[in-house]
Design a protein around this ligand. Structure first.
Ligand code: 5RP
Length: 280
């Protein structure tokens, strides 16, 4: 289903200075796309898909998973707006990171956890890469474990991206994050690099902030769960993502990895000719 969104021009004309400075801006080249005779920034595109996901998939009474990152930020913002206005009622949400929890709390979104709500109606999140089968790389922002735990419990998992995230094959365009235990992490990193499915990758321990795979400090990055992240850099596309996912998951010392295979319900994509929705 592909359709132009009439609201593009109006949204583009809104004051964008209220946009959150993205922690990951600069991770990718900022793109400027001309639509409806108005040049849209990457943040404007993210806002459109974030708002559309909430408008189209969230109804009163739902349990909603809230993703992490500069795109998911806008979905959380929209949910907060609609609860404040009364357009949505009786929503409870489950955040996938400390920073999403803090944003949701600031917007007075009622929060629960998986401990009390194991079944979600919908989860909305960004992604670092999306392949033609809607398999994902996630975890560029360091939240992959909580994201996967929450999103795997959702009846619908809605992914929101701008078109820069689409790829023919996962891997070479964005390093694959793997969350590992601090205990003997050098051993675990060697074990991962020796997996048949990971042959040829450069496995690099994330340094500085856990929310970016660009080294920005001298200390090892620590996730919300107290673990480390190793980013796997591939020169070629991953040939068999499900096999790699299984080999990584079966490696002792690996907590989880950023391959999200077979989880996506739909991807909402903001691109040069409008917003499109690709369903699994
Ligand atoms: C965080 C994630 C994010 O969803 C992913 O990194 C995309 O982030 P952004 O929308 O900022 O590009 O997986 O762990």
């Amino acid at each position: 289903m592909k359709f132009l969104v009439a609201a593009f021009a109006a949204l583009a004309a809104q004051n964008v200075s209220s946009f959150s400075p993205s922690a990951t801006v600069g991770r990718r080249m900022a793109t400027s796309i001309r639509m409806a005779e108005t040049a849209l920034t990457q943040d404007e595109l993210k806002k459109m898909v974030g708002y559309k996901a909430v408008d189209d998939y969230v109804k009163s009474g739902m349990v909603v998973g809230l993703g992490t990152g500069s795109t998911a930020y806008f979905a959380v913002e929209r949910l907060g707006q609609k609860l404040e206005s009364g357009e949505l009622k009786d929503i409870v949400a489950i955040p996938t990171s400390v920073r999403t929890k803090e944003q949701a709390e600031s917007l007075k979104i009622p929060l629960v956890t998986l401990d009390t709500h194991s079944k979600l109606d919908v989860a909305i999140d960004g992604a670092d890469e999306v392949d033609p089968d809607l398999n994902l790389v996630k975890g560029g922002g360091g939240a992959l474990l909580r994201e996967k735990m929450v999103e795997v419990c959702a009846d619908k998992f809605i992914v929101i991206v701008d078109e820069s995230k689409l790829c023919d094959g996962l891997g070479p365009g964005f390093p694959l994050p793997v969350e590992i235990t601090p205990f003997c992490h050098e051993h675990t990193i060697r074990t991962i690099a020796a997996l048949p499915s990971c042959a040829g990758c450069d496995a690099i321990l994330r340094m500085g902030s856990s929310s970016s795979n660009k080294p920005d400090g001298d200390e090892i990055a620590i996730t919300d769960n107290g673990n480390y992240i190793v980013d796997l850099h591939f020169k070629e596309a991953i040939k068999d993502a499900p096999t790699m996912a299984s080999e990584l998951k079966n490696t002792v010392g690996v907590v989880d990895h950023g391959l999200f295979c077979g989880m996506t319900t739909a991807v909402i994509i903001a691109g040069s000719d409008g917003i499109s929705v690709k369903e699994a």
